[in-house]
Design a protein around this ligand. Structure first.
Ligand code: URA
Length: 205
């Protein structure tokens, strides 16, 4: 059954939620990050993508998926026939977790307590948008979406019924593709990612 109609004005509710998230202190990650990077995209998007957390460039820009992983993601979406402008893109964790090495800020994978603390926002984003499909990019996003740890290899490729009424999908994170050292494997994995996105995009139509 379809979830009940959302009361009030979605744009107003989303703006208030985002504003509240800007001051989030639900876990210590806000202390070292530049800003909260909230989700963005049309509130009537049929498709929501969840990443892991903002990276260095996202932390500075205040927008999700604008750095190297975002560029790979953009190209893959385009090849799969998905218009990013019609999707809502967010992250499981909304502050950049990192370690300083001199001037460089090195990404650190968020841990379960941080993911759980930040689900407060993700759940509300999904409840507000009520998308048809929600796609978790990588293990952190999958944990946030499903509330438990899953193996990407075993979970990808078929839809999952979510409590929200949406259809859930799990696939790899674009950074996983960026990091693959072997060009042949990289091309293969990238093609698989694009094919999964194509299937997802078709179902969101
Ligand atoms: N990786 C993510 O998971 N999210 C971003 O916003 C950028 C990189």
């Amino acid at each position: 059954p379809a979830p009940p109609a959302r009361p009030g004005n979605a744009a107003t509710a989303w703006a208030a939620l985002r504003e509240e998230a800007m001051g989030c202190t639900r876990c210590p990650l806000y202390l070292d990050a530049t800003q909260t990077v909230f989700g963005e995209g049309p509130l009537d998007a049929p498709l929501v993508f969840i990443g892991e957390q903002p990276g260095d460039q996202e932390d500075l820009a205040g927008r999700p998926f604008v750095g190297p992983a975002g560029q790979l993601f953009d190209r893959a979406l385009e090849e799969a026939g998905i218009d990013r402008g019609r999707a809502y893109v967010t992250n499981a964790v909304k502050h950049f977790k990192h370690e300083r090495r001199g001037k460089r800020r090195i990404h650190q994978t968020p841990e379960t307590p941080e993911i759980n603390a930040c689900r407060w926002w993700l759940t509300q984003e999904i409840d507000l948008l009520r998308p048809r499909l929600v796609v978790a990019l990588g293990a952190t996003a999958a944990r946030a979406l499903l509330g438990k740890a899953v193996t990407i290899g075993k979970t990808r490729g078929s839809p999952i019924a979510l409590e929200s009424g949406a259809e859930g999908w799990v696939t790899v994170h674009p950074s996983f593709l960026l990091r693959l050292p072997d060009p042949a494997r990289k091309a293969e994995e990238r093609a698989r990612f694009v094919e999964e996105l194509r299937t997802i995009g078709e179902r969101a139509k």
